[in-house]
Design a protein around this ligand. Structure first.
Ligand SMILES: [Zn+2]
Length: 172
């Protein structure tokens, strides 16, 4: 059973996992490739504390990247959770997240493009023209003088980021 090995070899996938569950999370993921284990055996194998292993497993579960089966141990009467990895959906999960980021960047770009900004000379607070005008071009935080702020470089970098994401999502 492959069960995640192929996906994990994609750099974007391991980056995403490291970002969401951390380096320790990656140990757990790797330990789970191709097999099913209880949280306790995972803890022993990765030498991570049980509560940390559980936290990682539930983070993966949140993304539907892992699932568990609950059984009752007849001898001790406790429930045992046997986990398995399901990285089949991870490409979709990553794409969804990029879509969200893209949407936010587009909104930000629209906001930056449609407004003229003023910036406080003391603390760099940045506010749109309308608000600055209402405050007679005095900073609402420190009452400092505000002057015109050129946001062209921010707009350019937003456009670049958007372009890059679109390419990654193959919209371009
Ligand atoms: Zn200020």
């Amino acid at each position: 059973m492959d069960n995640g090995k192929t996906e994990l070899e994609i750099p974007e996938v391991s980056e995403f996992l490291e970002e969401t569950v951390g380096e320790e999370g990656l140990y757990v993921v790797k330990a789970l490739i191709g097999r099913e284990l209880t949280d306790e055996s995972l803890s022993e194998e990765t030498e991570l504390k049980l509560n940390i292993v559980r936290k990682i497993l539930y983070q993966l579960y949140d993304y539907r990247l892992a699932s568990y089966v609950r059984t009752k141990d007849k001898k001790i009467g406790w429930y045992i959770y046997t986990w398995k990895l399901d990285l089949g959906k991870i490409i979709g999960v990553i794409a969804n997240r990029k879509e969200r980021v893209l949407k936010e960047l587009n909104q930000k770009l629209e906001y930056e493009t449609n407004h003229v900004f003023f910036c406080c000379n003391n603390d760099n607070s940045k506010i749109p023209f309308d608000l600055a005008s209402e405050c007679s071009f005095k900073c609402p935080h420190c009452n400092g003088t505000m002057s015109y702020h050129d946001n062209q470089s921010l707009i350019l970098s937003l456009e670049e980021e958007i372009q890059k994401l679109k390419q990654e999502l193959q919209y371009a």
